[in-house]
Design a protein around this ligand. Structure first.
Ligand code: HAM
Length: 423
């Protein structure tokens, strides 16, 4: 009996995991430069954390949540995204007592019961940030620039940045009425889901993937044309900061994003290197969310990027240059009688921070060399009884074939020099 991973999930095999770790490390380095600190929240939360914040009429809440009852009859949900848990934690941990804004980042798996396809999974990983406590448009720009600069730092070149503003609670009611009126008149052309959306939450009409619905919505009134003075001034400031950093953007009035909590700025970055699922990252402002969770009125903004999509784009761009975790030194044992001494040397090298390995499969010398070559190990140390007697080993650089005899008591120093120079 062989098992397969559940539909929509994948194993991140070692060669890929190394690349992911590199991407994560680069993100963390940059986040630190921007003053963000890590936060780790549970993988599951009370279901209401998500229904309240993401919105009951969104696709995520309606169709995609992994919700279950635990043995204590609590309704719990595997997190479909990271913002709601972070805000729940901000309120629960009284982070409003800390110097504001509180700037946090997180990485980890998220869960959505979506139809799997290239770049869309049921368990996928996100790297996200949230800056909670300020409505300053410079923070909006910081969030967008952080995402843009991170993508640049990992070598992505061709990206499109879309931005939009969704206004505030004052702009919405009038606009929603207008949108409803427009959609009512087009009811006949809309899909069944969209017909329901007209009554439930007309803003969600912009989420539909159906081409006919999209064509209808292309001519719909747009929120960005109905912003109050304050929201439109806020958006102008955000654009100004982006222009100051020479960041190109496209205003996309349909960019309402699939979550109900957004207010004012929303943004998304897409890569032309990906197929249908081309959004590598997106985010926006959520000025009512802390209140929704019972905290004091507190604005916030953040983004999340999808690690699978990012890794795919970086791979396609051909800029992955990671050869980490690869072992640097292989101790080839030419004679079983030298095994004990070889293992001793192995631990000596490792305790001197030289990444090294040895054969554990009872292979012949030739087979040992083949296996080590396949692993891409650069330096080989040859050890047999003769070498032991002579108190010296042969060290060979597999890249240029150069080999030298090195005294056993000088081996650590010699290899430290070689490995250090190769780095
Ligand atoms: P989101 O747009 O739903 O936003 O997800 C962010 C990113 O996660 C997407 O751009 C995409 O790269 C990736 N992603 C989403 N769903 C999948 C999937 N099924 N398979 C693979 N990748 C996926 C959020 O989650 C918000 N919490 C972002 C945010 C943070 N807004 C404010 N702060």
């Amino acid at each position: 009996m062989q098992f397969r991973v559940p539909k929509g999930t994948t194993d991140i095999v070692p060669d890929v995991a190394v690349k992911w770790q590199y991407l994560e490390r680069k993100a963390v380095e940059l986040f630190k430069t921007y003053g963000y600190k890590p936060i780790i929240t549970p993988i599951f939360e009370h279901t209401e954390v998500f229904t309240r914040s993401i919105g009951s009429s969104t696709d995520i809440v309606q169709k995609e949540m992994y919700t279950f009852e635990d043995k204590g009859k609590r309704s719990l949900t595997l997190r479909p995204e990271g913002t709601a848990p972070v805000i729940r934690s901000y309120v629960e941990q009284n982070m409003n007592q800390l110097p504001q804004p509180v700037k946090l980042y997180y990485t980890g798996p998220m869960f959505r019961y979506e139809r799997p396809q290239a770049g869309r999974y049921r368990q996928f990983w996100q790297i996200g940030v949230e800056a909670i406590g300020s409505d300053d448009p410079a923070v909006d720009a910081e969030s967008i620039l952080l995402l843009v600069n991170y993508f640049k730092a990992v070598g992505l070149k061709e990206l499109t940045l879309y931005i939009n503003s969704m206004g505030c609670e004052n702009d919405r009611p009038q606009y929603i009425e207008m949108l409803k009126e427009y959609a009512e008149a087009k009811r006949e052309s809309l899909c069944n889901d969209c017909v329901k959306r007209v009554d439930l939450n007309p803003l969600r009409l912009f989420d539909c993937k159906n081409e006919t619905c999209q064509a209808v919505m292309a001519d719909a009134p747009k929120l960005i044309d109905h912003l109050c003075e304050s929201c439109s001034g806020h958006f102008d400031e955000v654009k100004h900061y982006l222009e100051m950093q020479c960041v190109n953007y496209t205003i996309k009035p349909e960019l309402v994003r699939g979550l109900d909590y957004y207010t004012k700025t929303t943004f998304e970055i897409v890569s032309p290197l990906l197929g249908a699922q081309n959004a590598i990252g997106g985010g926006g402002r959520y000025n009512k969310l802390v209140e929704e969770f019972g905290g004091p009125s507190t604005p916030g903004i953040g983004f999340a990027l999808g690690t699978e999509r990012l890794a795919l784009a970086v791979e396609k761009e051909g800029v992955f240059d990671v050869n980490e975790n690869s072992t640097e030194v292989f101790i080839a044992v030419a004679d079983p009688a030298a095994k004990h001494a070889a293992v001793n040397i192995l631990y000596q090298l490792r305790s001197n921070d030289i990444s090294s390995d040895i054969d554990y499969m009872n292979r012949s010398l030739k087979a040992q060399l083949n296996a080590a070559n396949r692993r891409g190990i650069r330096y080989f140390v040859f050890l047999g009884s003769r070498e032991l007697e002579a108190g010296a080993v042969v060290v060979k650089d597999m890249e240029d074939g150069a080999q030298v005899e090195v005294k056993l008591n000088e081996l650590v120093e010699h290899l430290t020099g070689l490995v250090g120079a190769a780095k």
